[in-house]
Design a binder for this molecule. Sequence first.
Ligand code: FES
Length: 160
Amino acid sequence: MAVESAGASVAERVRAVVEAHRDERGALLPILHGIQAEFGYIDPEVVPILAAELNLSRADVHGVVTFYSDFRSEPAGAATVRLCRAEACQSVGAEKLVADAEQVFGVKLGQTTPDGSVTLQQVFCLGNCALGPAAQINGRMYGRLDRTRLVEILAKGAEA
Ligand code: FES
C-alpha cells in the first residue's frame, strides 16, 4: 500500500478506523487491529497518520506495532505459519522446528518469503501444549510437528 499513490482514500480509510475507536480507552490497540483488518497489514506509511490523529509520536505508534507479534508491517503470505515457542513446546523441540522452518523457507520469524507464499510468525502458547511442537497454519491448529510434516502440510495447502 502506498499512501501517496493511493491518494486520500487510504488516509480516509485510516481516519474512519480511528474515528470508530477514538473514544475507547487505550484506543491505539483497537485502532491498530482495525487497520490490520481493513488493509491486511499495517503499512509503515500509515504510522504518521495515526500519530497525528492520536497526538502520539511516530516512535510510540511504531513501538506498539513492532512489540505485538499479531501486527504485520507487510502483507502476509498466502500461508501464515505461527510457531509456538512457549515452554511446553520448547521442551519437545519447538526451537528446532523454528530453525528448520527458517531454513526451509529462507526467512526469519516475522518475515514473508519473497514469493509471498509463507509468513513465519512466533506465538507463545496456542493451548495445544500436549501436542507440541504446535503451530497454527492459516488459523488451523497442528500438533507434533517436525520439519517433514510442516513442509507436507504447506505443500498440500495447509489442509493435511
Ligand atoms: S506451549 Fe505450545 S501450545 Fe502451549
